[in-house]
Ligand binder design. Structure first.
Ligand SMILES: [Zn+2]
Length: 176
């Protein structure tokens, strides 16, 4: 297993739409394992493939963040087929570090997806899982939670993001 490199806002690649997965093979299994590894390393509760520079419709979720296999959700080619109610929390994103903001979401969602074997299943979710599913599926369509904020808030964050990028590059250089 290995930890993958994340893409960070304002990297334009994060706004790219991902394509459906058509082959359910060993490569897909390995990618999903590495995505979980990366997500736990970064202390996230969800990760979408485009965040690690792979533009395929794959998401991994573990809202408990306890690394228990029974809580790990893998959704390939997920699609929201029903939405209900209104909810919203302060969301954050591994690709948008240092920012949390309230986003309006549906309270409950039903998602249709495929598992690692290519079998179709449905998840009915509410609470944090419902929000996480909407956030991660947005990534597959090239949408980030920051895109819902006002241009003023986005610009403010861009300044912060530039500083964070600089700090990250410096750290990477020192680690070499
Ligand atoms: Zn995210």
């Amino acid at each position: 297993m290995s930890v993958l490199d994340l893409l960070y806002y304002p990297d334009e690649r994060l706004h790219q739409k991902s394509s459906p997965v058509t082959e359910f093979n060993e490569e897909l299994n390995n990618l999903v394992e590495n995505m979980f590894e990366t997500m736990y390393m970064e202390e996230g509760i969800g990760l979408a493939a485009p965040q690690v520079n792979i533009f395929k419709r794959i998401i991994v979720i573990d809202v408990e963040n306890e690394k228990k296999p029974e809580n790990q959700l893998v959704l390939i080619n997920p699609e929201i087929i029903a939405k209900e109610g209104e909810a919203g929390i302060d969301e954050g994103c591994l690709s948008v570090p240092g920012l949390r903001s309230h986003i309006d979401r549906a309270e409950k969602v039903t998602v249709k997806a495929q598992n690692l074997k290519g079998e179709t299943f449905e998840v009915k979710a509410d609470g944090l899982l419902a929000i996480c599913l909407q956030h991660e599926i947005d990534h597959l369509n090239g949408v980030l939670f920051i895109d819902y904020l006002s241009p003023m808030k986005r610009n403010l964050y861009r300044t912060k993001a530039a500083k964070l990028t600089k700090a990250r590059k410096k750290q990477a250089q020192e680690a070499r």
